[in-house]
Design a protein around this ligand. Structure first.
Ligand SMILES: NC(=O)c1ccc[n+]([C@@H]2O[C@H](COP(=O)([O-])OP(=O)(O)OC[C@H]3O[C@@H](n4cnc5c(N)ncnc54)[C@H](O)[C@@H]3O)[C@@H](O)[C@H]2O)c1
Ligand SMILES: [Zn+2]
Length: 340
């Protein structure tokens, strides 16, 4: 399946196909210098498969984890590009999850003011969400994604086969972002998840195709997040707060797990029940124990207050959304519901 992102200047294709990693050479221009950025949690066989198809590949392997998404590693990639004599005609390929994609994309966008960037996402989260849209970034000074660029890839290749090696928890984590898109845009897809959200029972190619089409559509309409793109933040306002409050603790949750929690209190009661039912199938908690004040602080500091309110995405009918301005008090009441 091919999904097109029809941007006025930087249009590109996303190709979703089992086994496509083995045929990357037919899809991407690899007869030049290619910097493959990956991490040590991605099975090395994937990078080998890709490197074997390049004329001149250089491998850059990050340590896995969000901590790697930093300026030091950004500089290290730039240095590797320089030392290996990359020119403006060469390219960077991300082969990994969102961490690799965000960092490699940022590095590609800056080297010589921009070299071709391809993304081959290998986690569910990156296959349904982060590989499309052109947001690149690193974390800086304790703030997530604060230094980065908008830089669209030249092409995205999605190979569902590489998900075989991903843990169940990571699979569920990524599916939450697809459920988010279904809840706000696609009632039919949401009903698919209601029947079964178990990864092994899903037609994952169908799910990825649907989710990525929704994302592509939103990005086409609002490339640089002036308005509509905010809808992708459904569940994220309170979710981010919880995520931040648990950071570096032994109870830390993954991003998608926090978004799942956040979604359940930004919708009508009937929908809350429906979302919770899906989360339970994914073994994602629907309440959790976290430091309430710390989580609320993160929510209120993170977001720009418009006057005294925060703009949030709210769902009162599956497949649609509205933007609602909520006061800190109202957000706090909703956050309370998530405490175990
Ligand atoms: N740019 C965007 O629009 C956007 C959107 C959402 C999230 N993000 C970013 O994405 C990041 C999260 O991405 P993620 O959830 O993919 O996490 P991740 O990149 O940390 O990957 C999760 C783990 O899975 C491992 N892994 C990757 N592929 C694997 C495979 N095929 N088999 C086995 N293990 C594999 C990785 O080594 C890592 O340990 C965050 O930094 C977030 O800010 C960006
Ligand atoms: Zn998210």
């Amino acid at each position: 399946m091919i999904v097109k992102v029809n941007l006025p200047i930087n249009a590109y294709e996303i190709k979703i196909e089992r086994g496509i990693l083995k045929k990357a050479k037919e899809e991407l221009k690899l007869n030049r210098k290619v910097m493959i950025v990956t991490d040590d949690g991605v099975p090395p066989a994937y990078a080998q498969t890709l490197a074997a198809q390049c004329k001149d590949a250089t491998l850059f392997v990050l340590k896995q984890g969000e901590e790697s998404k930093n300026l030091d590693n950004f500089a290290a990639v730039e240095k590797a590009l320089l030392e290996n004599n990359f020119s403006r005609k060469d390219c960077v390929v991300a082969l990994g999850g969102g961490v690799v994609g965000d960092l490699a994309g940022f590095a590609a966008s800056c080297f010589m003011r921009g070299v071709d960037f391809y993304n081959i996402p290998t986690t569910v989260l990156s296959q349904v969400d982060s590989s499309v849209g052109g947001k690149t970034a690193v974390d800086f000074n304790g703030v997530k994604n604060i230094v980065g660029t908008f830089y669209q890839p030249k092409k995205v290749l999605i190979d569902p086969d590489v998900l075989d090696t991903l843990s169940d928890r990571q699979k569920s984590n990524g599916l939450v972002e697809a459920i988010k898109m279904a809840a706000t845009f696609d009632a039919e897809l949401f009903e698919v998840f209601e029947k079964t959200a178990k990864f092994e029972d899903l037609d994952i190619e169908y799910v990825i195709g649907k989710a990525i089409s929704i994302k592509a559509d939103v990005v086409e309409k609002d490339e640089k997040e002036a308005g509509l793109r905010k809808v992708l933040n459904f569940g994220h306002t309170l979710g981010h707060g919880i995520e931040a409050s648990l950071q570096n603790t032994d109870k830390a949750l993954l991003h998608g797990e926090c978004v799942g929690l956040g979604m359940t209190v930004m919708c009508d009661e009937k929908i809350k029940e429906r979302i919770e039912k899906i989360l339970k199938m994914l073994n994602i908690p629907v309440t959790y124990s976290f430091d309430f004040d710390e989580a609320m602080n993160a929510v209120l500091h993170d977001k720009k207050l418009n006057g005294n309110t925060i703009s949030t995405v709210y769902v009162s009918q599956i497949g649609t959304f509205e933007l609602r301005d909520m006061t800190p008090e109202e957000l706090s009441e909703r956050m309370q519901l998530l405490l175990a």
